[in-house]
Design a protein around this ligand. Structure first.
Ligand code: ATP
Ligand code: LTN
Length: 326
């Protein structure tokens, strides 16, 4: 199992339900590697001091959400140089045309038109290197990252075909509830940590009042029926959020609120989310007060990751024909 999140901003409840929550569930049954993708984060401009701070905060958040360093490997991507090395090699079998077609590249090029750097286009190749280094079977991500896992599969198959069996071909692992949380202000748009409208996203760091206020202001529609429907994207999104946090199905959530008014429904969703976030916030704060412990976790995580990654990288270098002595 392999996944990562970029330390590029405050995490939203979408990052939690689409990714991290599912990582926690898998740690008992799989050999899991979870990274903080700082090398991916610098594909858009970052303030160095802030990047450093967000990295350690994300490490604390991983632990606060329930990831256990005894059960899985938690580390910072840039501390394991094999990612950059394999990324380079995979670049030579990735085509410019297929990278230009990636939805995230197109979106981010538009958003950062003054900084369409090579790294932004190369982002999926580095992501493929991350996943393939650890011979992952599954990659737990939100729906928006599915296309990147598919390109990873293509690159793995292409490499195996050209050089002989080397990489395991991974699959995305996506749970239905919470795989795509939409913006509270525009339910046709994905909730994102970098949205300029602060009311659009609920952050894991938001306090109770803020969470409840944001849900109260969530955009819905003018009729008053609570049901799942493409014509009611705002209500469907709130039902989805409720289901993801309650651990029930979307249909169960719909049944529970049949006949309720919008006001009560929004309050119930807000309270459910706030109740779930409070213990995570408290634990993160406690962990951040003990940097020595966090540094230890990340150091042994990087050592562990390096050992696993080196095995794959040696195999790749051999297959390609890099000279290592006769
Ligand atoms: P940015 O706005 O900086 O692009 P982001 O909020 O889209 O960031 P990422 O770091 O790209 O977040 O994603 C981290 C993980 O969270 C990925 O697995 C991604 O699929 C998942 N994710 C992101 N947004 C959502 C969402 N709205 N619903 C469900 N999962 C999401
Ligand atoms: N692109 C991912 C972060 C990421 C990732 C990965 C996810 C970097 N490397 C490997 C899964 C597997 C994102 O969240 N935007």
């Amino acid at each position: 199992m392999y996944s990562a999140v970029q330390p590029s901003g405050n995490l939203t409840i979408g990052n939690f339900t689409g990714a991290i929550r599912n990582w926690v569930r898998m740690q008992n049954d799989f050999d899991c590697f979870y990274a903080i993708a700082d090398m991916h984060a610098i594909t858009v401009r970052q303030d160095p001091a802030l990047l450093r701070r967000r990295t350690i905060e994300l490490a604390a958040l991983y632990l606060a959400c329930g990831l256990d360093p005894e059960k899985c490997t938690l580390y910072v991507q840039s501390q394991v140089s094999a990612h950059a090395e394999l990324g380079w090699i995979l670049n030579t079998i990735a085509y410019v045309g297929e990278m230009e077609r990636m939805t995230q590249f197109k979106d981010k090029s538009q958003k950062h038109a003054d900084n369409i750097n090579m790294g932004l286009m190369d982002y999926p190749v580095l992501m493929a290197a991350d996943i393939l280094l650890y011979q992952a079977d599954y990659v737990p991500v939100g729906i928006d990252q599915k296309q990147h896992v598919e390109i990873t599969r293509d690159l793995a198959i292409r490499f195996n075909h050209r050089y002989g069996d080397t990489f395991r071909v991974p699959e995305p692992y996506i749970l239905k509830e919470g795989a795509k949380i939409m913006s509270l202000q525009d339910p046709m748009k994905k909730m994102s940590k970098s949205d300029e409208n602060l009311n659009a996203s609920v952050f894991l760091a938001d306090d109770r009042d803020t969470v409840i206020r944001k849900f109260k202001r969530a955009v819905t529609d003018s009729d008053s029926e609570i049901r799942i429907s493409d014509e009611k994207p705002g209500i469907t999104n709130l039902l989805n959020i409720y289901a993801a946090f309650k651990g029930c199905t979307l249909q169960d959530a719909e049944r529970e609120f049949q006949g309720s008014g919008y006001g009560d429904f929004k309050l119930a969703v807000g309270e459910t989310v706030a109740d779930a976030l409070a213990p995570v916030q408290e634990k993160q704060k406690r962990l951040l007060a003990d940097k020595a412990y966090l540094n230890d976790v990340l150091k042994s995580g990087a050592e562990n990751a390096f050992r696993a990654a080196r095995r794959t990288l040696s195999k790749v270098c051999r297959k390609i024909g890099f000279y290592r002595g006769e």
